[in-house]
Ligand binder design. Sequence first.
Ligand code: SAM
Ligand code: DTB
Ligand code: SF4
Length: 348
Amino acid sequence: MTYAELQRLYQLPFFELLQQARAVHEQHWPENEVQLCTLLSIKTGGCSEDCGYCAQSARYSTGVQAERLLDTEEVMVRARQARATGSTRFCMGAAWKGVRKGTAKFDQVLDIVRSVSTLGMEVCVTLGELGEDEARDLKEAGVTAYNHNIDTSPEHYPSIVSTHTFEDRLKTIRHAQDAGMSVCSGGILGLGEQSGDRLRMLEILSEFNPQPESVPINALMAIRGTPLQDQTKVDAFEMIRVIAVARIAMPRAKVRLSAGRTHMSAEAQALAFFAGANSIFYGDKLLTAANPRANEDMALLAQLGLKAQQPNPDLSAPEPDFSKPMSPAADGCVMTEEAVHSCGCGDL
Ligand code: SAM
Ligand code: DTB
Ligand code: SF4
């Protein structure tokens, strides 16, 4: 969709925009479903890159400690738990600039992917930069979607990140597409961008060929210690407008209401679902930052009469085995909006 078309939509009176987005949504997504995706940080912290929003960059003192790459069984425990609690997509993130074929860490990721892909969920990974070979190996191992966000406009990107370029991001996305993986790509609001940057971001995403299979829209979780720690919170109406425009511009994409839901009221989230969001990260933690509690999300979906998306029958897998151990319970753990440990304890 052209910039001018996106701008015309973005500037519509709020309810007109919502009505248009709703019509597109009902036409393409009549099921009244929301996909639940579980996120797991399989390699936390210590990243070489300087993304100004990120709790995991080694350049900032955010309180997030660098940890080792999880082993396959540790990940499988979390993946089985995710499936048992209704997630149909399991997304694994690693705090790396990228991955290279022939390294022990890449082999370990492939091993994790092979195992997780037996469980019948969509398997998404976000590992940073990929070359053609790495993309092919990931696809062969069972990755269904590669997450690589463009984050903002190409014009604003250099004020947020200096250690890689916007063009580098596009190259990785092309490699993922060429290897036959679906692409999950979106961005973050609240990076000090203008509304024009948001529209440029949507313009570029909507012009991918094919369009992204999913589009995460994150609101900045301002992390203490990062250059963006004092950014003001994203206005919920702005977030909903961007979701509505994304829905119209990319009718077949899952639009994921991603980071930042802890700052949104239940009513604002309901409007975001009305405007076309049909996927969320589900579970008490994102990668390092807080997410709404799973039971609150369940209650919200029930209140709105929305159903959790059912597993894809094409991704056949045995029934959940409830005898397997669950990951450590987060019961009683107080999550905050700051970065928290990846052990799930909730400590800062
Ligand atoms: N290292 C990989 C990369 O950069 O693509 C994968 C992990 S990275 C944490 C994944 C995405 O999470 C980023 O592209 C960004 O859109 C989002 N993200 C990271 N920190 C965030 C924050 N503080 N608030 C909102 N979104 C954030
Ligand atoms: C995406 O767009 N958002 C998720 C996922 N893709 C990997 C990550 C959100 C991270 C929020 C900050 C944190 O947890 O450190
Ligand atoms: Fe590293 Fe990704 Fe964080 Fe950037 S967003 S610092 S590449 S983990």
